[in-house]
Design a protein around this ligand. Structure first.
Ligand code: DGJ
Length: 530
């Protein structure tokens, strides 16, 4: 009897020790895939990344308080900040966690999540964040060699010593995060390297690279791409050198990422210096070997441990923005704006990501120095999005994953747009600050072009609607001869997944559509027919 009790007590003790660990492991940030869509889960809940990224040299304890205050002013739920290899490993095998610990502490104190950016072998297609002991010793850590036979400012992806040094440091970082944050999940993802690839050469011309380029394309790559076997030029034609560079870069990063994830299974992504805006020369216009859209299939084949690939989009041209998002939103890759310009004009484009069921949006360089009217306008525009979406981030992420989220963005010459919803409904969107009374039949863009809106289907005839500078009118499109009507429009908020109405809207507030100005608000709409 005694031993029975002891066993119970013993197993209860064991359970109490294991349970929090199991819960912590259960809540580990992770990606989930279904039907060609990806969702991030944090602490067991769907998570939409609404991020502010610090300037490159702001992740130092001395600069952090000021930079962080600006990120907080934007109401981001996630801060993105670099971990510099040169600072993290100032001497070989000696790690300095001061900066990363300061970031984690700051994030916890302010209730934010963190995405860490590993500035290792690559930063903007160069090697400037590799430690001095690496960059000062090109014999031990070989550089890429350009077409003239000259070494360039990029570490060779064909040198095992480079890979080994970077991988060892990255694993040390991931292990440290596991020890210090494994049960807290402050860090929700890690960007491995930054805009990888080479500026200054299409591919490496060092001896090892030359031999590999003369050889056949690896059999597993041709098989994955469904191409005929052959040498690089036979298989990839005019893109052979870039494809070779992309394969070498992606394989290297695959090994770094896989080792890091084995130490700490956090979601890992790669960001991309894009081939867009008519740029076409690899190694000059953009780093050769990066995950540009023409190399995406190859990257997916070469780097399966990289969970997703992000887009660093620096344009306020809506068409260009959409084009890039369409290139990257695929059944094997989610829409993810890993960087975008700190500008009021880019704020509506977050809704393109929502439209594509994406996982998030990050504004780069938000710690403005000096603050100007333009940076204040940028903060206000992105803050409006984040204030709208963060309180309902789990619901939005789940709806995007389930394809129940519809969104649209004002574009030049497209101040009115029709959004096709499910269940025999559409939404007519009129962008610009909503006027009193009827919408003009022909609507011109407002000067700010700040309109954006989303509709989430909660259930049959049950919708959540929000937007900025947009009028939303529900139109019944079902061909059954019945008329559509709004049965109830409630303004309110969603707290922990439960709707709380603060008032019902009717009369002038609904007769000319549902009106959204510059201050975000949430409406729950019940539609019906008669
Ligand atoms: C893209 C890089 O990834 C960032 O670190 C930063 O250098 C920006 N460009 C600057 O525009």
């Amino acid at each position: 009897m005694m031993s029975f009790h002891l066993r119970i007590a013993g197993s209860a003790l064991l359970l109490s020790l294991i349970a929090p660990r199991a819960a912590a492991a259960e809540g580990m940030p992770r990606v989930e895939w279904r039907d060609g869509r990806m969702m991030l889960r944090v602490d067991g809940k769907p998570f939409l990344i609404l991020a502010a990224q610090l300037h490159n040299s702001s992740a130092w304890p001395a600069r952090l308080p000021a930079a962080w205050a600006e990120a907080e002013a934007m109401a981001a739920n996630t801060i993105e900040a670099p971990v510099y290899w040169e600072q993290f490993e100032p001497a070989r095998g000696r790690y300095d966690t001061t900066n990363v610990d300061a970031l984690v502490a700051k994030a916890r104190a302010s209730g934010k999540r963190l995405i860490l950016l590993w500035f290792g072998t690559w930063k903007n297609g160069q090697n400037h964040y590799a430690p001095t002991w690496v960059r000062a010793d090109p014999i031990a850590f070989p550089r890429m060699i350009d077409v003239r036979g000259e070494p360039i400012d990029v570490l060779s992806p064909h040198a095992p010593s480079n890979l080994d040094a970077d991988r060892t440091a990255f694993v040390a970082l991931m292990r440290h995060l596991r020890t210090t944050d494994g049960d807290r999940h402050t860090v929700i993802a890690v960007q491995v390297e930054n805009e990888p690839g080479a500026i200054g050469a299409i591919r490496d011309h060092g001896a090892a690279a030359e031999a590999a380029f003369a050889d056949a394309v690896p059999a597993d790559l041709v098989a994955r791409l469904g191409r005929k076997p052959g040498r690089w030029r036979d298989v990839f034609g005019p893109d052979a050198e870039e494809a070779f560079g992309a394969w070498a870069t992606a394989r290297y990063i695959e090994r770094v990422a896989a080792a890091g994830k084995a130490a700490n299974p956090l979601p890992v992504y790669v960001n991309t210096w894009l081939r867009y805006k008519d740029k076409k020369y690899p190694g000059i216009d953009y780093p050769s070997g990066g995950a540009v859209w023409t190399m995406l299939d190859l990257w997916k084949a070469a780097a399966p441990s990289v969970d997703f690939i992000g887009t660093d989009i620096y344009t306020d041209d809506a068409g260009e923005y959409r084009k890039v998002l369409d290139q990257y939103a695929r059944a094997d890759n989610p829409s993810w704006v890993s960087e975008t310009g700190f500008d009021a004009k880019t704020a509506p484009f977050l809704f393109y990501v929502l439209q594509r069921g994406g996982v998030g949006f990050s504004v780069f360089g938000i710690d403005a120095d000096p603050v100007t009217p333009a940076t204040e306008a940028a903060t206000a525009a992105h803050r409006a999005n984040f204030l709208m979406l963060d309180p309902i981030r789990a619901l939005v992420a789940q709806a995007a994953f389930d394809r129940r989220l519809y969104a649209a963005v004002e574009e030049p010459g497209r101040a009115k747009q029709m959004l096709s919803l499910s269940d025999g409904w559409a939404a007519q969107l009129s962008f610009g600050p909503p006027p009193w009374g009827d919408t003009p039949a022909i609507l011109a863009n407002s000067p700010s072009q700040s309109g954006r809106a989303m509709v989430i289907r909660l259930g049959t005839d049950d919708w959540l609607v929000s937007g900025i500078d947009t009028r939303v009118e529900f139109l019944r499109t079902a061909a059954d001869g019945r008329h559509g009507q709004l049965l109830r429009v409630e303004e309110g908020e969603m707290r922990d997944g439960v709707w709380h109405a603060t008032r019902w809207l009717n009369g002038d507030e609904t007769d000319y559509g549902l009106n959204f100005g510059p201050v975000p608000k949430l409406l729950r709409v019940r539609t019906g027919s008669y």
